[in-house]
Design a protein around this ligand. Structure first.
Ligand SMILES: [Zn+2]
Length: 229
C-alpha cells in the first residue's frame, strides 16, 4: 500500500477495507472528481473517481450508502466518467468504454443522452424531491458538439412554470399572447436557464384568453387491407 498518505503523530485512523460499491458512471466526459476516504475524519485518501455532472449526485449517494466518506471537486481538464483509482485495493477504476458506432459523434450522443436521462430522472420523485410533470417533448436543436441547447415542452403553462422554478428559469420567464398556426389565439410561455451546463428552454402553448383551439381533423383510420400508393 504505497499511495495511502499517513497522518503524522496521532494514532492511525480507522481504515475501511471493504470493496467499493458499483458506481453509477457513464464513461462520458467528466469534469468533476470525487475523492473517497478510508476514514470518517477524511484523513486517508481511499481513492478517486472522475464523474460527469449528470452522475455526480448518484455517485455520491452510492458512496454514502456504502458509508464511504467522499468529497467532490471540479477539475480543470476533462476525464472519463468512471475512471479513477482505488488506492486500498491498488486497482485502476475504469468507466464503461464508449465506441462511436452510430454514425454520429460520440460527444453529441453522450451529451444528449445524459441530458435526456437527467430530464427523465426529474420526472420521478427521488430522494424526497417531488416529481416534475413529464414533458410532452424534448428537443436538441443544436447541430455541433458544443451546441448544448435543450428544449423541454410541457402540455400546460402551469407545468412549464413548475419546471422553470425547479431549474432556476422562473425569473426570466415570459408569457406572450399570439396567433397560432390555426389562426386562433394562443398563449405561449417561455423561460430559459443555464442548467447542468446546458441552455435549457422550458415552453408550453395554451389556447389564448380561454378560447379553445379547435382540434385539427384527425387522420382517418386506415381500413384493413388498404393499399397505400
Ligand atoms: Zn457520467
Amino acid at each position: 500500500m504505497t499511495n495511502v498518505p499517513q497522518q503524522n503523530g496521532s494514532a492511525p485512523p480507522t481504515v475501511t477495507v471493504g470493496r467499493l460499491p458499483d458506481l453509477p458512471v457513464c464513461g462520458g466526459p467528466a469534469t468533476l472528481i470525487v475523492e473517497m476516504f478510508a476514514d470518517p475524519a477524511r484523513g486517508v485518501l481511499r481513492g478517486s473517481v472522475s464523474v460527469c455532472t449528470g452522475d455526480e449526485a448518484y455517485v455520491m449517494a452510492a458512496l454514502a450508502d456504502a458509508a464511504i466518506p467522499a468529497e467532490v471537486h471540479a477539475v480543470a481538464g476533462i476525464a472519463r466518467c468512471g475512471d479513477g483509482r482505488d488506492h486500498l485495493a491498488d486497482a485502476r477504476l475504469t468507466g464503461p468504454v464508449i465506441t462511436d458506432g452510430a454514425g454520429q459523434p460520440a460527444g453529441v450522443r453522450i451529451a444528449r443522452a445524459a441530458m435526456a436521462r437527467e430530464i427523465t430522472r426529474r420526472s420521478y420523485a427521488i430522494d424526497g424531491r417531488p416529481a416534475l410533470p413529464a414533458p410532452s417533448e424534448i428537443r436538441f436543436p443544436g447541430r455541433a458538439v458544443n451546441d448544448l441547447v435543450a428544449i423541454i415542452g410541457l402540455d400546460t403553462i402551469e407545468q412549464a412554470q413548475a419546471w422553470a422554478a425547479a431549474i432556476g428559469a422562473a425569473r426570466g420567464a415570459s408569457v406572450r399572447d399570439t396567433v397560432g398556426r390555426t389562426g386562433n389565439p394562443e398563449r405561449v410561455y417561455c423561460a430559459w436557464a443555464l442548467w447542468r451546463g446546458w441552455s435549457v428552454m422550458v415552453t408550453a402553448t395554451e389556447p389564448g384568453d380561454g378560447a379553445r383551439v379547435p382540434a385539427e381533423p384527425a387522420p382517418a383510420p386506415m381500413p384493413a387491407g388498404a393499399v397505400v400508393r
